[in-house]
Design a protein. Structure first.
Length: 248
């Protein structure tokens, strides 16, 4: 497929998991991909897997608003245009809600919610010129009940909510803004979790895959690529669950 031929896409969180798979998928469909992350070594590894010689890798902490501003100034200078913004970067931790520490709460909100929003905020002027698309990675935690993740669930609920705001505000100007809400994907985020010691196992059933299978990040990347492409031209403001039926 060549759905992204001559298109410029930014993918955050591209050093690992879903972001890495998404960068590789867009590259395989012809995109120039600018991959960003805070993990320099792993980002270099992703970059090596991209075939388009015009693609590039940039270290960017999406919790730093000034760095986001400089990133888009440089992007405009170097690439002249932006067609797709794919916000995948995110962090997760599990705590009993009465034990959540304010610093952990702030960090999760800063990265997942504020970071994702300001990536959109700074990308929108270029996307207005290209009539491009935004795909934000939310979570089943935004839509269903998800124990021990108050900050994460709040951040993902916020992403799903503000994405609908952007979808109507900019949809009439030619930009699509959609969310993908995954669950049970085999990545470092889901395989290296530290659950609180005293959890009630009955609540695990609400977040475990119903068929017992954690899917590959490639299975989320294919959905993200669809929503970012012109194939999804008439889709705007949705939260597309890619959760194996978890919330059905
Ligand atoms: N794995 C799942 O089952 C699952 C389920 C639902 C939603 N998600 C969402 O998918 C997205 C990707 O998660 P994943 O499973 O691939 O996890 P992952 O940990 O493999 O990848 C997350 C990436 O984000 C990067 N990152 C973290 N903080 C950053 C920051 N401040 N600035 C820039 N980059 C930063 C990390 O370095 C990492 O490369 C996340 O938003 C996550 O919430 C994952």
């Amino acid at each position: 497929m060549t759905r992204f031929q001559n298109k410029v896409a930014v993918v955050t969180g591209a050093a690992s998991g879903i972001g890495k798979s998404t960068a590789i998928r867009l590259d395989s469909e012809g995109a120039i991909v600018i991959i960003v992350d805070i993990n320099e070594n792993q980002l270099k590894e992703t970059k090596k897997l991209l075939s388009n010689k015009n693609s590039s890798a940039k270290i960017l902490d999406i919790a730093n608003i000034n760095d986001i501003k400089s990133f888009f100034q440089t992007l405009k200078k170097d690439y002249k245009k932006l067609d797709c913004l794919i916000n995948v970067a995110g962090i997760l931790r599990f705590d009993n809600s009465h034990e959540v520490q304010i610093d952990d709460w702030k960090k999760i909100i800063d990265v997942n919610l504020t970071g994702t929003f300001f990536m959109c905020n700074q990308a929108l002027p270029m996307l207005l010129e290209s009539k491009g698309s935004i795909v934000n990675v939310s979570s089943s935690a935004a839509l269903g009940s998800h124990a021990w993740t108050a900050a994460y669930s709040a951040s993902k609920g916020g992403i799903s909510a503000f994405s609908k705001t952007l979808a109507v505000e900019y949809g009439i100007k030619g930009i699509n803004v959609n969310c993908v809400c995954p669950a049970s994907v085999k990545t470092p985020m889901s395989t290296k979790v530290n659950l609180p010691k005293d959890i009630d196992d009955r609540l695990l059933r609400k977040i475990m895959p119903i068929d017992g299978v954690n899917r590959s990040p490639d299975d989320i990347a294919s959905t993200i690529a669809f929503l970012a492409s012109d194939d999804a031209i008439h889709i705007n403001g949705i939260n597309l669950r890619v959760d194996g039926g978890l919330l059905t």
